[in-house]
Each structure stands twice: as structure tokens, then as C-alpha cells.
Design a protein. Structure first.
Length: 200
């Protein structure tokens, strides 16, 4: 384990014991990595400039920091929690847009690692991207009711950019299970989005 990983683990343990200053120091330690994750979301959701990276990082951190005693075991578990927080921030952003255009023929959102292009200037989430994001969130909520573990795998891989080994560590399962769940979840979500009635 590297020195950085040791420090993150120690800060996680302090946060779990209720040390709020440990949570703040942890944020400073992992800020660059959280920004990298947020940049990935900007690439994924945008041919245009759709997300404010700094705002996404800070809102996600505030959601995590609101947990008084997080059950965090290690670095991978922390980034899994960060991925879930970013999912919720993005879903809330889409809901705030109040989109009414679902089923209007927008392209399906691919669950890949390198979609889109990154822009630097912060701009509000566009209506089209909010539509796509809201549809994906609804499908993911349905998947969560069918298989919570597969939903967590999607959060780790799609929203957090975690590797298969890190996802396996975060969720306490084998790498083979992660690979299988990831493949099944992608197929399930694609069908759910493809089969959505156009008048919904």
C-alpha cells in the first residue's frame, strides 16, 4: 500500500469515528481524483459544455460529508461512495431541469469509458442532456430494485470510473462477479432505455 493510500485509509477511519476534521483533510487529499471523475462525467454527457466540474465535485462531497459515521473501509469503498453521490447530484440536476421531452428520439446513453469530449467552461445542464440523464436514472432505479449489486457496479464503473479490481474491492465481491454484473447491467439498461414507450 502506498503512502497516499495509507493516509486516505487513516483519514477514512478518523471520519468513521466522527472526526469531522478528518473528513475535511480527506477531501483535500482526494480533490484531484474527484475532479478527474467529474471531468469524465463532463466528457460523457457532452458534445457541448454541460457540467460545472467544481460544482459537481463540491455537491458530491457535501452529500458524502452529511453522513455522520460513514461505513468506509478503504480507498476503493470511498470512491464507490463518491460515485453514488455524483449519480445523485446528476439525477437531481436533471430533475431540476423539469424536462418534458422524454422519448423524443434522443440517442441512448452508451455505458462506455470514453464518450464525448471535455470542455472547460461551466454551463448549465442542457435540456437534451437532462432528458438523457433522467431516462438513465429512471432505468437505473428500476435495475436497483431488480439487483442492488448490479446497480452498485454501474455506479462504480460508469459514474466513478473505478477499475474492475477496485470495484470488486469496494463491493466485497470477486472480479469475475463484477465483470458478469457489468455485462448484464449494461444489457439490461440498454433494453430498458430502448423499449421505453415514446409517449412516456
Amino acid at each position: 500500500m502506498s503512502h497516499t493510500q495509507e493516509t486516505v485509509t487513516r483519514l477514512l477511519r478518523g471520519w468513521a469515528r466522527g472526526d469531522r476534521s478528518a473528513a475535511d483533510r480527506l477531501f483535500a487529499r482526494v480533490y484531484s481524483e474527484l475532479r478527474r471523475i467529474a471531468h469524465r462525467q463532463r466528457r460523457r454527457w457532452g458534445e457541448e459544455r454541460t457540467l460545472d466540474t467544481t460544482a459537481l465535485v463540491h455537491e458530491a462531497y457535501l452529500k458524502m460529508a452529511a453522513r455522520r459515521t460513514p461505513d468506509l473501509q478503504d480507498r476503493a469503498h470511498f470512491y464507490a461512495l463518491a460515485a453514488r453521490a455524483m449519480r445523485h447530484v446528476l439525477a437531481n440536476s436533471a430533475r431540476r431541469r423539469g424536462t418534458q421531452k422524454r422519448g423524443s428520439g434522443a440517442a441512448l446513453t452508451p455505458l462506455d469509458e470514453n464518450a464525448g469530449t471535455m470542455r472547460d467552461a461551466p454551463v448549465a445542464l442542457s435540456v437534451e442532456h437532462a432528458d438523457r440523464m433522467a431516462e438513465l436514472e429512471e432505468a437505473l432505479a428500476q435495475l436497483e430494485r431488480v439487483s442492488e449489486r448490479q446497480c452498485r457496479v454501474v455506479e462504480c464503473r460508469f459514474y466513478g470510473g473505478l477499475s474492475i479490481p477496485d470495484t470488486a474491492t469496494a463491493l466485497g465481491v470477486s472480479e469475475a462477479t463484477v465483470k458478469r454484473d457489468w455485462a448484464v447491467a449494461q444489457a439490461w439498461l440498454y433494453r430498458a432505455l430502448r423499449d421505453r414507450p415514446p409517449d412516456e
